[in-house]
Design a protein around this ligand. Structure first.
Ligand SMILES: [Zn+2]
Length: 269
């Protein structure tokens, strides 16, 4: 019996040593990674205690879009209004999408982070940006059947090598278990820059800019679609995408973006 107990004790000790070794190895590995790649602010590279975050200064320089917001366009109201209030511009020209939401206004740190993602291939920003999108778009995500990105023109994607909206959409799909499709909504024609155009010209410029892949139309039928865009500038692009998706049978089209360009009246379009 005592031999048996001794054996049991020895096995327990081995197990304990094994466990301790693993903890030690994990800690040593973590310390080595921290030593080689100390955590820094994802925007300004200031040292931080924890990785994958932005520093307090950069954080303060983000104008997060929080209530009160226009129920349709997600743009902020300067004063407190009843939840569900719709802005004057959305009432005057109702968009074809159902609701749009953005994480922040297109300024300060958010603008810098989007530029880093788009032009400097900083894909390690994705987790933080998608976490913010999940908070800003929680209501829209919960009611979605399919996540699709705003596509780039083939020539532009070739120049940049990737579509930043597709990266965001794919990561969001993985984290929310909602299917992702990047080949349903396609760009039909190369449109000229929207800069300096009136809202009517912008509409004409982007009219019929998108087509739906014929063989995949059935995936839209009666479904709630969540479209991911990096920046909502004038709203003409997302409006045009919503027209194409709804024409092909989508029940609802909501838009989730990282940033919204707002003018002095906090309105786009
Ligand atoms: Zn910083």
């Amino acid at each position: 019996m005592s031999a048996y107990l001794r054996l049991l004790n020895s096995l327990r000790n081995q197990e304990l040593v094994h466990k301790r070794f693993h903890e030690f190895a994990h800690q040593a590995n973590k310390s080595l990674i921290d030593y080689l790649f100390p955590p820094v602010c994802l925007n300004c590279l200031t040292s931080l205690e924890v990785p994958h975050k932005v520093c307090p200064d950069c954080w303060q320089n983000i104008d997060f879009l929080i209530a009160p917001l226009c129920e349709v366009k997600g743009t902020p109201f300067p004063f407190d209004l009843e939840p569900g209030t719709i802005s004057a511009t959305a009432l005057k020209n109702p968009p074809h999408y159902d609701k749009a939401r953005g994480v922040a206004t297109y300024e300060g740190t958010m603008k810098e982070l989007i530029h880093k993602l788009k032009y400097n291939d900083r894909h390690e920003l994705l987790n933080l940006l998608v976490a913010w999108m999940k908070t800003a778009g929680i209501e829209l995500i919960q009611q979605s059947d399919l996540i699709i990105p705003i596509p780039l023109y083939k020539s532009r994607q070739w120049e940049r090598r990737f579509n930043q909206s597709a990266l965001l959409a794919k990561r969001l799909s993985e984290q929310s278990n909602i299917p992702y499709e990047c080949s349903i909504l396609l760009r039909k024609k190369k449109t000229r820059s929207q800069v300096g155009l009136t809202s009517k010209e912008r509409y004409q410029n982007l009219k019929n800019a998108f087509v739906i892949e014929e063989t995949k139309k059935n995936k839209l039928e009666g479904k709630s679609i969540l479209v991911i865009d990096d920046v909502i500038t004038t709203g003409a692009t997302i409006n045009s995408a919503a027209i194409a998706l709804k024409k092909s049978g989508a029940k609802s089209v909501n838009i989730l973006s990282l940033a919204i360009v707002t003018n002095s009246n906090n309105q786009f379009i």
